[in-house]
Design a protein around this ligand. Structure first.
Ligand code: SF4
Length: 64
């Protein structure tokens, strides 16, 4: 099952996360009070659209 992980320590530009979460077709992420979290991990279909936009490894998707 694909599992998206946010690596906060790698986030230099918050806009990258904003674009990545906007790319997710299944609303895995939410942004609340300025913080992005993985809210619905079971929704992840492993398309890796989010990962593709995170060139600094801000979000990775593992296949556990
Ligand atoms: S891999 Fe696709 S479905 Fe999963 S969190 Fe990233 S964008 Fe969303």
């Amino acid at each position: 099952m694909p599992k998206p992980i946010i690596h906060y320590e790698k986030v230099k530009d918050p806009k990258v996360l904003d674009e990545a979460i906007a790319s997710c077709p299944t609303e895995v992420f939410v942004k609340e009070k300025g913080k992005v979290t993985v809210k619905n991990p079971k929704n992840c279909i492993g398309c890796r659209a989010c990962e593709a936009l995170c060139h600094n490894g801000e979000i990775t998707v593992s296949d556990d």
